[in-house]
Design a binder for this molecule. Structure first.
Ligand code: CA
Length: 233
């Protein structure tokens, strides 16, 4: 397994004791760390330090973790930045909101630092396992997407897609389990200088689902943000 030691992790947490404990354990495992005590400072640090992952506390003064998460997901540069949310309460609703807003994982307080480190490592491993840019085929249930042949087959029957639908499907299959905002989909598929509205994305997602019934439940809408393809079982 490649060393994770070169990875830089930003920890956003306003409680000094917890912040120290987390950074101590991460550094003990060879990670580099940077820290922030408010949401606004966290956003600044993301820009300046370009971390590989963010550990983000939900309860922060002024701007809370959900808002930070939402802002990171909405900006093209940070739309796919891995985020682990620390939820203060064991309340399901917070966790669900966090995941809906695009956190990749969450750890409920109180937690042992070892658990958090394990989740950080697991997330890095999960992300490194995903198909890379050079992959030419994606498999998902009954679906095979062949990029080299520019072909999509469902249950071995070819399904004709438009260029935009093809691009949309490729982005979803390349990032299973991750929230793709309408903005990031627009900029990657339509291009940065496209002047259409984000509604365009919704229309194409709907058509894609109609053409590929096996993805109908797998492509999930993420409230006020965009779409996510369920991770394959
Ligand atoms: Ca806090």
């Amino acid at each position: 397994m490649p060393s994770l030691g070169h990875k830089k992790i930003l920890v956003v947490e306003d409680e000094q004791d917890i912040l120290q404990l987390i950074t101590l354990y991460l550094e003990k495992e060879g990670f580099r760390t940077v820290s922030a005590k408010t949401g606004a400072e966290g956003l600044r640090q993301v820009k300046q330090e370009k971390p590989d992952l963010v550990v983000l506390d939900l309860m922060l003064p002024e701007m809370d973790g959900l808002e930070v998460c939402k802002r990171l997901r909405s900006a093209p540069d940070t739309a796919l930045l891995p985020i682990i949310m620390l939820t203060a309460k064991a309340e399901e609703s917070d966790t669900i909101i966090g995941l809906e807003l695009g956190a990749d994982d969450y750890v409920t307080k109180p937690f042992s630092p070892k658990t958090l480190v394990a989740r950080v490592k697991a997330l890095f491993r999960r992300l490194e396992r995903k198909p890379d840019e050079n992959s030419t085929q994606y498999h998902y249930g009954d679906l095979i997407m062949d990029l080299a042949r520019h072909e999509v087959r469902e249950k071995n029957t070819e399904v004709p897609l438009t260029a935009k639908e093809f691009g949309l499907l490729e982005q979803l299959l390349r990032n299973p389990g991750r929230v793709l905002t309408r903005e990031i989909l627009l900029s990657t598929i339509w291009g940065y200088d496209y002047y259409g509205t984000t509604r365009t994305v919704d229309v194409h997602v709907r058509r894609l689902k109609q053409k590929l019934p096996s993805l109908n439940d797998a492509i999930m809408s993420v409230k006020s943000l965009g779409y996510k393809l369920k991770e394959p079982c």
